[in-house]
Design a protein. Structure first.
Length: 62
């Protein structure tokens, strides 16, 4: 039997994650933000980095 019949189909790469550079495969869930493709697992870190300059410390002034 030819070897290619014994090997499973290779997963098709849809895009690369613009946060980590890893592959996003066909059928995988991802976020598209301003044209960037972001893994679902990368989303929290992506958002944290994107909005890091918005982070403030709450201080009551009495």
């Amino acid at each position: 039997m030819p070897n290619h019949l014994l090997e499973p189909d290779a997963e098709k790469v849809f895009a690369l994650c613009d946060h980590c550079g890893g592959e996003i495969y066909d059928g995988e869930d991802y976020y598209e933000i301003d044209g960037d493709h972001i893994h679902e697992d990368c989303f929290d870190n992506f958002a944290r980095e994107l909005y890091s300059d918005c982070r403030k410390e709450a201080i009551c002034h009495e």
